[in-house]
Design a protein around this ligand. Structure first.
Ligand code: UD1
Ligand code: CA
Length: 459
């Protein structure tokens, strides 16, 4: 079956008015990837060899997203939205290249899985010319119904055309369909628009195939797999389901989560084994986490790599292009941005490290700030190995600090520091004998006088 060629045609010409958005519907994201992206991933995971995307007029953004994910995807503009079959036929020139299998998918059903597409393809491999995807709908209203007799699929009837009797059918059409490449164009061209909506219904492919003496079949999937997104409430519902899938997959692969429902992952998050995720963690796209890492509560990570046995958080923020080395400790209220931390380096409290390279075994004290932005440019800070940066230090970039340097607490460091040096970047301390106590006592007297005056005023 893997040798069979497969063209997937993704319909994405809908306007998505109910999203109330400047952005086309299929570009809205679920777990950090556009809905279109999820569908394209699923079809390619199911062995799709070519992809065609049908977009609405002027939708360069949708075309660009399709090409970002599948560089050789063909994009076809459907200027008039005359129905799902009409949309599919826009890919006719690609269909003409000849494929064994043709899958039609909708760009707004992001939860569809590669497994489901594989099942549809298996139906074609077994000799059907059309394979529909059925599901048992909790509320069938609005869906096409699968008319089945003795296990054979006779037709799909849209809600508006359905008889009273057919409306009672709960086996509904998920929308996605597989067609034999040998007959697809011929079947599609027979489809007319003499129906309640005046649209060319892809679903008519079933009855037409049968009239041509071909076989139609159906496979089934869970309702959530064909969940379509038309508004932001349905988008949130899709996100919820996707998050459950991502967390379950992570836990099954060896990640511990005490409160999985509070952990949010991205479609591409990658974990090693024995990773521990405490509650309330948000992981953006592009994050890879090695074995034995602990991410503590209320941390936010995106676009970063966390090496083996590192600890991050609680309340840490690791931003894109950061690499956290093996055994590193990042503590509370530490922000790390485009920074790499060498093995066993530590930044345990309240720090900002931006555009920095921190050597192995270096300790960054509480309150350390890299001043990486001068108002115009971002500048690098390079800190060597086994450095000790005292608390509340301000490191003004561009700056290079050598190995085994000790930076005195409270320093402002503006010039490079050589290996092994003790760097002071602060005025020397002055202490005037007796003056402190004198000041404290006189303050007390003045405070008492003021209070007495206020009391007299009120009386
Ligand atoms: C379709 C099915 C219905 C099924 C339901 C599942 C048909 C005729 N009906 O109905 O049996 O139960 O999906 O959700 O296929 N599109 C285009 N160009 C068009 C028309 C549609 O690109 O000219 C795209 C839409 O953007 C959408 C998808 O195709 O992503 C489905 O179209 P839609 O109008 O939503 O079909 P339904 O009426 O929901
Ligand atoms: Ca729909």
């Amino acid at each position: 079956m893997t040798e069979r060629t497969c063209l997937s045609i993704v319909l994405a010409a809908g306007e998505g008015t109910r999203m109330k958005s400047a952005k086309p519907k299929v570009l809205h994201e679920v777990a950090g990837l556009s809905m279109l992206g999820h569908v394209l991933r699923a079809v390619s995971d199911a062995g799709g060899t070519a992809a065609a995307v049908v977009v609405g007029p002027g939708r360069e953004d949708v075309a660009a997203e399709a090409r970002r994910l599948v560089p050789d995807a063909s994009v076809h503009v459907q200027s008039e939205r005359l129905g799902t079959a009409h949309a599919v036929l826009h890919a006719e020139e690609v269909l003409a290249r000849g494929f064994d299998d043709v899958i039609v998918a909708f760009g707004d059903t992001p939860l569809v899985t590669a497994d489901t597409f594989a099942k549809l393809r298996a139906g074609l491999a077994e000799g059907a010319a059309v394979v529909a995807l059925g599901f048992e709908a909790a509320d069938p209203f609005g869906y096409g119904r699968l008319v089945v007799e003795g296990g054979a699929l006779l037709a799909i009837v849209e809600e508006r055309e359905a008889s009273e009797e057919q409306r009672a059918i709960t086996l509904c059409n998920g929308g996605l369909m597989a067609l034999s490449g040998a007959y697809a164009v011929e079947i599609l061209k027979w489809i007319g628009n003499a129906n309640a909506k005046g649209e060319y219904y892809l679903t008519d492919a079933v009855a037409i195939a049968r009239n041509m003496g071909l076989r139609a079949a159906f496979v089934t999937a869970a309702e959530e797999d064909v969940h379509g997104v038309n508004d932001r409430v349905q988008l949130a519902a899709a996100e919820t389901i996707m998050q459950v899938r991502l967390r379950d997959a992570a836990m099954r692969a060896g990640v511990t989560m005490a409160a999985p429902e509070t952990v949010f992952l991205a479609f591409d998050t990658a974990f090693g084994r024995d990773v521990v995720l405490e509650p309330h963690i948000v992981v953006g796209t592009g994050v890879t986490v090695e074995d034995e890492v602990t991410i503590r509560a209320y941390s936010h990570l995106a676009g970063c790599h966390i090496a083996k046995a590192a600890t991050v958080g609680p309340f840490a923020r690791i931003r894109p292009k950061s690499r956290i080395g093996e055994g590193v400790h990042i503590g509370n209220f530490v922000e790390v941005n485009r920074t790499s931390m060498g093995a066993k380096a530590e930044a345990n409290h309240l720090a900002y490290l931006g555009d920095a390279t921190v050597g192995a075994g270096t300790n960054i004290g509480a309150g350390t700030i890299t001043c990486n932005f001068d108002g115009a440019d971002k500048n690098p800070t390079v800190i060597g190995r086994d450095v000790f940066v005292g608390s509340n230090s301000t490191l003004v970039a561009p700056l290079t600090i050598g190995d085994e340097v000790l930076v005195a607490a409270g320093s402002t460091i503006t010039q490079d520091v050589a290996d092994g040096a003790l760097a002071f970047g602060r005025p020397r301390q002055a202490a005037l004998p007796g003056r402190g106590a004198e000041k404290i006592r006189s303050n007390k007297v003045r405070r008492a006088e003021r209070k007495a005056k206020e009391a007299a005023g009120k009386a």
